[in-house]
Design a protein around this ligand. Sequence first.
Ligand SMILES: [Zn+2]
Length: 448
Amino acid sequence: MPRKLVLIVIDGLTPAMLENAVESLNVPALRFLMESGEYRRAVTTFPSLTPVCLSSIATGTHPDVHRIPHLVWYHRGEQRLVEYGSSFSAIRAAGTTRAIRDAIFGMNEEHLSPRTVTVFEALEAAGLVTAAVNMVCYRGPARHAPTVPWLTKPAFGPTRFFYYNLFESDVTGAPLAIRTRARGSVDEYARVVGRWLVTRDGFDFLVFYLPDYDFASHAAGPEGAESALAHADRAIGSLLEAAGGPDAFLERYAVLLCSDHGQTRVEEAVRLEDDFDGFRLFRPGNGRHAELVVTASNRAGMVYRLPGSRSSSAELAERLDGNGHVVLYREDGTGVARRDGDELRFAPTPDGWDMSGAEDVLSQPDALQRAWAALGNPNSGDLVVSAAPGLEFADLGGRHHVGGGSHGSLEQGDSEVPMISVGIGAPPARIVDVTPRVLEHFGVSHAH
Ligand SMILES: [Zn+2]
């Protein structure tokens, strides 16, 4: 039997922040893991936004397969917006009840493709016990009744399932206070649950997801969230202590540690809708006669052409010239990436890529593959927009992070993540390689 395995995901942690922290900050658990294993910078998927990236981590696929397109998107079948939680204002604008349902249930039950297999489903089918703490992409075979009366249906996740104390497979005594989020209360909940799980050795595979760092980094910027990283370190340190110390922990568990995406500094916010002045735009609660839907949040946007649309994707893309964005669309089966009038046409071939035009438009890390996969998602817009450096798109509630940090684009700072591996071979180069590596570790085949 291979060693058990813990996958730690620190939301929004950039490689530079981790590399500097282990040199200069009080982060003993992270330093121990870094020194005990191997480290590299890896690449996430696109759009580099939490629900998209965590789905890629949990399924080992890009969005063309797992089908989660963005934090906020237009559901063509149900002719409505899906908003997973860009901000409290955006949730209100989309309809609070609907947005909470989409975030808690819809993403896993309805939006995540039934044809992809999560790491929890694959391992549990092989008879292993999986566990997840706060993991947003959690789909698994075990039924869990909610712990609060306002949630009226069960969720299906891993055997050991802890989701922001709305679902708890076991009584651990862990507290949760969402209102003190800025002080790291979600990671504190994870810390107590994680300590409980490791003390009981209650799993073969654990996903330990720590979201508070991203929250702090959005506010303070990618170089300013040092105390949040110390909180994350303390949560990881509790896992080590619960096993009887760092060395005892590594005798029992192999470790992968990564983030879901990076962050970059935001200088200016714009409304993507403003570039489509004169079009009849879809609004929540008022979709009649609309010809376009624009959805945007953080550093990625989508434009959906509705049946009454008079303009082609190419014409719509031209309207974004001069902003520095990379605008992606498909034309006759070929991908087009356009930036300020420069165009690259690209398509995969059996042994690489067919490309013509301005290759530097897609020179970001793994950009051809990631752009192609975003366009191949049936839930994506006809246009997928990667924001120019320093720019952010205001969300449905008008919120943004000017003066702080954000992510979502193809650009390097949003796309690179740290990756540490201990006892499970060289660190994967992409987050989509994490689940295949986990399954390989346990000798389980990836069936999708
Ligand atoms: Zn994230």
